[in-house]
Every structure is written in structure tokens, then in C-alpha cells.
Design a binder for this molecule. Sequence first.
Ligand code: SF4
Length: 371
Amino acid sequence: MSVVLEETRKIEDYLAMPDEEIASRIESAKRELGPRVIILGHHYQRDDVIRHADLFGDSYQLSVMASQTEAEYIMFCGVHFMAESADILGKDSQHVILPDLGAGCSMADMANIDQVEDAWQQLKEIGVVSEKTKVAPITYMNSTAAIKAFCGRNEGVVCTSSNAVPLFDIYLKEFEKMFFFPDQHLGRNTGAKFGIPLEKMVVWDPHKDLGGNTEEDLHNAKLILWRGHCSVHGRFKPWHVDKVRADVPGIRVLVHPECVYEVVQKSDLNGSTSYIIKTVESAPAGSKWAIGTEVNLVNRLIKRFPEQHIQLLAPDLCMCATMYRISPQSLAWAMENLLDGNVVNEITVDDETKHFANIALGRMIKLTEKK
Ligand code: SF4
């Protein structure tokens, strides 16, 4: 089918519609489009959007699952880098749609390809990256397609929060150093699991020469961590852990490794979103959990497991504001445009970037399959 990019429906018309009408329009468009469209709902997505999703999961899982369907259209209720990943991993015949282009990821936006190329060049000029010193660039899934491609070109790899540990294990043995983008906390927390001392982990600030480090620091470092973070997980503080332990005797603290090092160190358990869900699913009735991750996910766990005591680690809302940009209204607008034959907000990655990003993703898959 040819893709018409002209938009015939206006999002403004959807904003004033009652919630029930929006929900029924989405469901009706789903029925009419049938298997031609698949709606993906990220774990952090709001309830009034997730109720329409065909598949749920984290960003990598969703992209893989969508690529295994015959759907022509992948409606990604997530954020921009996730839609890019779906395009990279999807079939050539599939089109990926992000219902609201304002749904970015503040962490992914903290590293752009020009800054990363510039950093790599600076490391070459001072001999940290050289024929003799092997440095592996590793990027978290939460990064732009261009940075994934950079890693693909330079013997590097992509990792998720689920497989960062096995990939660090391999790369720490084969390379002298690693340059980790864009989440300094996931990098630091994973490095700490391998006993790398904090003084061997330096932070690269893209706004400063040599990332704000001395040449000596960079030569001595084992891990160079890009100065990026998740604004949602960054809101959990060590005092939240102390307070919840004092308030609820016997409670266990379970956090995502995007939280700061001090929070992860104080927690009982840490791991990816899938790990958090599985841990709660397999816990006995009466278990008590304070969970440090996005609030929509925690609220759904509270509803699913009323026989357990589950609460958000922080007393205030820790919501992913950019994910929240995907609304039932924008989903209805994108779905009904599709019914009219208009593909709006299509996310495409150019062929060269796709090729090298797939190399980095392919390494991740191959290396973690072996483990
Ligand atoms: S929770 Fe954090 S890392 Fe995840 S999409 Fe939102 S801002 Fe990005």
C-alpha cells in the first residue's frame, strides 16, 4: 500500500471529545484495521492508553514481538527511541507510528551523535582510544538510533537493563575500557557489580573539554560514563529508602538500576522492569515491597497483587512525563488517520544507520544467547 503523508484529521478536534467516545473510536478503528495494525504499550504507559494495547512489555521486547507479527502498522505507545528501535528491528514492509512526536526520552536526549563523535575523537587525540588500547562503546537501548549505529561501527554493542550484566562480563574481559552511553547510573551500578571502584569510573560531561576530566583520569579509568540520567528514576533518594524502612518494618526495597548508585546500594534488590515484575509475581502473599520505578507500573502491580503490600518508594509521583504525552486522544487521532489511509507521525531510520544499529543489536543478541 502506498503511504499518504497528508494529514486529514486534526488532533484539536479530538481534545474536546469525552473519554468514552475516544475509547470507543480507538476500539472501532482497531476492529476495522484488524491484523494490519498492532498497538504496543510500554510498561510505563498510562492506564487509559494501555487498555487499548495488543502487546505489553519493555522497549526491546515490544520491538521484537512487533517484528514477528504480520502487522503493516506498528502503533508504538512509548517514546521516540523505542519507535526507532521498532523500525530498526521491524520488517521493511512495516511502518512505525508514534502517536505524539513530543514523546521523547529526556535520557536519550542527553547524548546526541555529534557529541559522541566529538568525545571519541578527543579520546583518540589523547591516545585513550588507540590501536593498543581497546575501548568498547556500549549504549543502553534508551539512546538514539545514531548512537546505536556508532556502537555498531566501533566494535560496540547495545544493552538493555536486563542484559547489561552479561554484556559487561564479556566486554570487560575483551576490552581495556568501556565508554557507556547515555545513562551514567546504569553504567555505574553495573560496573559496581563487577567490583570496579568508583575512582575508576569517570563521568564524561559533553559540555566540557575531555568531558571535564584530566588525561590521566581518562587513561586510568576502566569505565567512562556519559553524563546522562533518567529524570524519573533520578527522583528516588537514599533518604526515601531510610524512611520507608523506618515506616514499614520488614519491607524490601526493589529498584531499577537507572536509580542513583546510593539508592541501589541501599536497596535489597535491583533489576530491570521485567525483573521487578517477575520478583513481585513470584513473591508470597504478605510480602512487602517499596518499588523504585515509574508510578504507572507500580500502581498496576498494586492492583494485581492486593494480597501483597506494594508501594512506590518515593511519596510523590514519579511519572515519565514524556511517555504521558501519548494520550488516548493522540492514539485515536493516529488510528483514525490510518483508517483514512494517512500514516501520520511515521518514525523512520535511514538505511545506513539501520544497518550499523542492527550490527550492534545483533552482537547483543548473539552474545546474550551464548550466556
Ligand atoms: S522513564 Fe526515563 S529512561 Fe524511560 S522513557 Fe521516561 S525519561 Fe526515558
